[in-house]
Design a protein around this ligand. Structure first.
Ligand code: GSH
Length: 208
């Protein structure tokens, strides 16, 4: 099988299963026991010097970073469907919110939760409340982030929002909750949640 996901169900790799299920291509999972530190072994750091998951390999291609993995999969295997084509003006919106997730939502929510002191004008993620307002605006008036059709940007942006809400790092504004409910209703996400739960159970894993 060409696609291999280095995975642990309590990591961001859980979202990559959702992405793969949305694309609908075969893939193999390689369990990396993070509780035993296996993500810091030479096999893993040779693929990702950060010693972090997820890592996806596709033949000779190695992709890390959840957002990059989603964009890669959609471009390679779902162009014009889960990824707007380069000629489609919707691609601008698609890329914009796909990159907003790791560059603004992730650090912005972490900074807020950890009580970091920083200057919003200097930090790339800016002000927390401005971030929430921007996200709310981006989701208002349509079902998904690019319009009324699901794209990979929803697995990236929505996947991040879903986790941040789950861990109470983002408040459940009505627009956010309605969007996450729509995502939760997707068969691919349900299959992914079931697969992650099954893998956790098979390894006797419990969240700390
Ligand atoms: N920016 C990375 C974050 C990857 C990351 O932080 N992964 C966590 C698990 S969710 C990890 O591997 N942590 C273990 C460590 O850093 O030692 C991405 O988007 O994929």
């Amino acid at each position: 099988m060409s696609i291999v996901l280095y995975h642990h169900p309590f990591s961001r790799a859980a979202t990559v299963i959702w992405m793969l299920e949305e694309v609908g291509i075969p893939y193999e999972l390689k369990f990396v026991d993070m509780f035993k530190g296996e993500h810091k072994t030479p096999e893993i750091t040779a693929l990702n010097a950060m010693g972090k998951l997820p890592i996806l390999t596709d033949g000779e291609a190695v992709v890390t970073e959840v957002a990059a993995i989603g964009l890669y999969l959609a471009d390679r295997y779902s162009m014009g469907k889960l990824a707007p084509s380069p000629e489609d003006p919707a691609r601008a919106t698609y890329l914009r919110w796909s990159l907003f997730a790791p560059s603004v939502i992730e650090p912005g929510s972490m900074a807020k939760a950890a009580g970091w002191e920083y200057k919003p004008g200097q930090a790339g993620w800016g002000d927390y409340n401005a971030m929430l307002t921007a996200m709310e605006g981006a989701l208002t008036g349509h079902d998904y982030i690019v319009g009324n059709n699901f794209t990979m940007a929803d697995a990236i942006f929505g996947g991040t929002l879903r986790y941040m809400m789950m861990f109470k790092m983002i408040e459940p504004r009505p627009v956010f909750s309605a969007y996450v409910e729509r995502l939760n209703a997707r068969p691919a996400l349900q299959r992914s949640d079931a697969k992650n739960a099954e893998i956790a159970a098979s390894h006797g894993l419990k969240r700390g």
